[in-house]
Design a protein around this ligand. Structure first.
Ligand SMILES: Nc1nc2c(ncn2[C@@H]2O[C@H](COP(=O)(O)OP(=O)(O)OP(=O)(O)O)[C@@H](O)[C@H]2O)c(=O)[nH]1
Ligand SMILES: [Mg+2]
Length: 495
């Protein structure tokens, strides 16, 4: 397609094999399906990927096979120029002659394919180099060939992390041929991605307006995604806090508690996974793998008191939760109290039945025995009482949110959520005001068993939205790790 027919500017992403071309395309267009692989020469054909904004295409990026025979290609072109010497003959004509020959010559198949969008579709050129590899003289042939096309162009040094010892060397080598920018294809966050887009202004003078519009729209889109993610997390918390499992009271209550707890926590994990997937899709991560060990941590830390401690939940809150669990040691599931709210509000812990074996020594699930309308009694297992639990849930959700929303789409490694260190405690950084507000919503959800008023629900979403990945408003995050002010401990004593 000629540029006159195309609505959006296009850039062919070219360079030697294995420099990170496909990685840059994947990260820029947020496509985690693009083949990124350690083998040199993994991309064998050109493919155009569009950066879509709403219905419009802001940019097209063309992933290309890497140069394989650049020096021989350049030698051919130079020979052609010698053979066709005349004041009217241009370098671009020589490149076109090469392209024509190479299209039917298997030893130049990569060169022919990568030149195709530049020569036939008027694409600009994004020349990618690897800042962790030394610059070698032979790369000059690639740069010369690209310069001969006359296409607007820019050089990108792929930093591949923070330590790119040869970036300076590359910078010097590229400058005679290109405007140069640096980019970390796998480590780039949303802002770094926008900065690279912004640098496209320098590729072609005519692109300024398109670039500015795209950046504005990308910012809006990101903000909208954050809104939706906050709503997804609020929804998750509302759902989980109102989960319960109920059945007619059986003689062997310990076994029944264990069975119902297992069922309840299966639902809980499933619901949490669902919410995570929704968030991953929002940020266009469709193929995200989670590492098994991280998953295990994720699955268990929900009820791990060490996590609570790291989150800044007070010692007294933890102690009373522990004491309440301890009071039940020895299977004191004493039905003698009778009535509708036997064991109401108490927590059942490791000591009871096999619950602890499933949920770890610090496990807490809430158990009630209720009077049934037609006589008899019902055993109900609910998600853990107290505000610690929703805060743990919130912390996990936000951690995941931040990781996913900041993750470059070129990465193919499993998502690793390392719980268990203070850096992962987002709740700990909350201001007193934000904690209070969230505590209030969590208490309301419990009280009304998930039926929140619309206004309240919206306010809760706003409170969660304030914790969005790249917004750190002072209102929500305090400088000091002040002692949390929460509902005393959420664990009521036995009636
Ligand atoms: N850690 C890290 N690895 C990277 C980065 N960029 C590329 N790689 C790795 O380098 C290898 C090649 O990356 P690709 O993006 O496939 O490179 P390419 O230039 O498209 O390679 P070909 O298509 O084979 O020419 C893959 O194993 C990538 O995971 C980066 O920024 N950081
Ligand atoms: Mg590739």
């Amino acid at each position: 397609m000629k540029s006159s027919e195309r609505s959006a500017p296009a850039l062919a992403v070219v360079g030697c094999v294995n420099m990170g071309k496909s990685s840059i395309v994947a990260t820029l267009v947020e496509d985690d399906t693009i083949l990124v692989a350690p083998e040199a020469g993994s991309t064998t054909d050109c493919a155009a990927y569009d950066l879509k904004l709403g219905k419009n295409i802001a940019f097209s990026l063309i992933d290309t096979p890497g140069f394989q025979n650049a020096r021989r290609a350049l030698a051919w072109v130079e020979q052609w120029l010698k053979d066709n010497q005349s004041p009217n003959v241009t370098a671009t004509q020589a490149i076109r002659a090469f392209f024509k020959m190479a299209s039917n010559n298997p030893s130049f198949s990569h060169e022919a394919r990568l030149l195709q969008p530049i020569l036939n579709e008027d694409s600009g050129v994004l020349y990618v180099v690897d800042g962790t590899q030394p610059y070698l003289q032979r790369y000059e042939a690639e740069m010369r060939l690209l310069a001969m096309t006359g296409a607007p162009r820019m050089g990108v040094i792929n930093l591949r992390g923070t330590h790119s010892p040869y970036a300076g060397e590359w910078d010097e080598a590229l400058r005679p041929w290109f405007k140069v920018v640096r980019f970390d294809a796998h480590g780039a966050d949303a802002e770094a991605r926008l900065r690279l887009f912004a640098s496209f202004r320098g590729v072609d003078d005519a692109w300024g307006q398109v670039v500015d519009q795209a950046i504005e729209q990308l910012r809006e889109e990101r903000s909208h995604r954050h809104d939706l993610a906050a709503a997804t997390i609020a929804h998750l918390i509302v759902d989980i806090l109102s989960f319960d499992e109920e059945a007619s009271l059986e003689t062997n209550r310990e076994r029944q508690v264990k069975r119902l707890s297992e069922r309840l926590f299966d639902r809980l994990r499933k619901r949490e996974r669902e919410a995570r997937q929704e968030i991953e899709v929002l940020y266009r991560h469709h193929r995200l793998q989670r590492s098994e060990t991280s998953l295990a941590i994720i699955e268990t830390d929900l009820l791990d008191k060490d996590q609570w401690r790291l989150m800044g939940l007070s010692a007294s809150q933890l102690a009373s939760a522990g004491a309440a669990a301890g009071a039940l040691a020895g299977g004191v599931l004493d039905a003698s109290v009778g009535g509708a709210s036997f064991l109401a509000g108490t927590v059942i812990g490791a000591a009871v039945g096999g619950v602890g074996a499933i949920w770890g020594a610090q496990s807490l699930a809430r158990v009630r025995v209720l009077g049934a309308p037609l006589g008899g009694r019902t055993l109900r297992v609910e998600t853990p009482a107290g505000v610690q639990f929703p805060f743990v849930l919130l912390n996990r959700a936000i951690l995941h949110w931040r990781l996913v929303s900041g993750r470059a789409h070129a990465r193919r490694d499993a998502l690793s959520i390392e719980a268990g260190n203070t850096e992962t405690s987002i709740v700990k950084q909350l201001s007193t005001q934000a904690r209070k507000e969230l505590t209030y919503y969590f208490t309301q959800i419990r009280k009304r068993r998930g039926r929140m008023e619309d206004g309240e629900r919206r306010a809760m979403i706003r409170a969660i939205r304030a914790l969005a990945p790249d917004t750190h408003p002072q209102a929500a995050i305090s400088e000091v790790n002040d002692e949390p002010e929460m509902h005393p401990n959420g664990v009521r004593q036995r009636a």
